[in-house]
Design a protein around this ligand. Structure first.
Ligand code: 0X9
Ligand code: ZN
Length: 311
């Protein structure tokens, strides 16, 4: 088990679509700033009453365990589909393992701790310096810029010039809005759950992230998060901390999870900060990919079950 480059992950999605055509479809949903494709794998048994669930990884470049765990989840869901529960089998999974391919590649080739995308910004008026990148997890359109962001393009949490200023967040927004937020017909096309994998710190976070308030249905989200914590322990993992983002971690607006809940109506919306707990931080050794991915899958199962039953 190893960390893979973007093209290898894309080939892996195409391979699944080829070998399991009745279960898997690849969507090229658009391009990154530098022109790399952004791909989504849909995993579905085709049952028209299935509820959609979105899973993404790689919003932040340096959090390598995220694309790795999401890829592990894809492999598991597809290869062991028949062994999974009814609620897993009757879910339409939309899985985007690398939402920020430019940043992810840059973290492999040039700067291991790169976080943002790679769009160059206007030169600084005083220094003339050109800085690169927008923090995609500050660029989504709900309460954009409210708190916990930087407006300085040289900073790691630069939220951009406006909501959805970046091709990567726009591509994701347009695909979800176009396909997974429909209320025009009676088909249950609206996202029931949204799960974004990040690292590190071992947290299961639910909205809101933009400020220290919780949504009216937060007890449902808390219950599923607490159950996910136990499920992770049962697969031999550490005890993750569950709570609302702004309270448990810090306020930060423009996150994908807040947007998925507020703008799309995905009831069960989570950001899961995978391992580790700080010993290696972002530099998680590849020998820990498998165990950490099992933790991700255990948490996902609990969230999908909750969404299946209640969303
Ligand atoms: O700050 C972030 O974007 C996330 N933590 S990370 O260390 N992976 O950068 C947490 C995001 C939580 N969600 C919101 N604040 N909306
Ligand atoms: Zn992150």
């Amino acid at each position: 088990v190893a960390y893979h480059r973007t093209t290898v992950i894309w080939d892996f999605l195409e391979y699944f679509a080829k070998v399991y055509p009745s279960l898997c479809t690849v969507y090229n949903i658009g391009q990154s700033y530098e022109g790399r494709p952004i791909k989504v794998l849909k995993i579905s048994n085709g049952n028209p009453t299935n509820k959609p669930v979105w899973i993404d990884g790689g919003i932040h470049a340096r959090e390598w365990i995220s694309p790795a765990a999401v890829t592990y989840i894809i492999n598991h869901l597809v290869a062991k589909f028949e062994e999974e529960s009814d609620y897993i089998q009757n879910t339409d999974f939309y899985v985007a393992p690398v939402l920020n391919p430019d940043g992810y590649e840059y973290s492999h080739s040039s700067d291991r701790l790169w976080r943002k995308n790679r769009r160059p910004q206007q030169p600084d008026l005083v220094t003339g310096r050109v800085c690169y990148g927008i923090d995609l997890n500050r660029n989504f359109g709900y309460k954009w810029g409210y708190d916990g962001v930087s407006h300085n393009s040289c900073h790691d949490t630069f939220c951009g010039k406006g909501p959805f200023s970046e091709p990567e967040t726009r591509v994701m927004r347009d695909f979800i809005k176009g396909n997974l937020s429909q209320t025009l017909d009676r088909l249950p096309k609206k996202l029931a759950a949204y799960v974004s994998f990040h690292s590190y710190g071992q947290y299961i976070l639910y909205p809101w992230g933009y400020m220290k308030v919780v949504p009216p249905d937060y007890l449902d989200l808390k219950l599923a998060a607490d159950q996910a914590v136990e499920a992770i322990v049962r697969v031999g993992g550490p005890r993750y901390t569950a709570g609302s983002s702004a309270v448990t971690l810090y306020p930060a607006a423009g996150g994908s999870d807040d947007w998925a809940k507020a703008a799309i109506g995905a009831k069960y919306s989570y950001t899961i900060e995978l391992g580790d707990n700080g010993r290696y931080g972002f530099l998680l050794p590849s020998k820990l990919i498998k165990q950490t991915s099992k933790e991700a899958l255990a948490a996902l199962r609990v969230i999908v079950e909750a969404a299946y039953l209640k969303a």
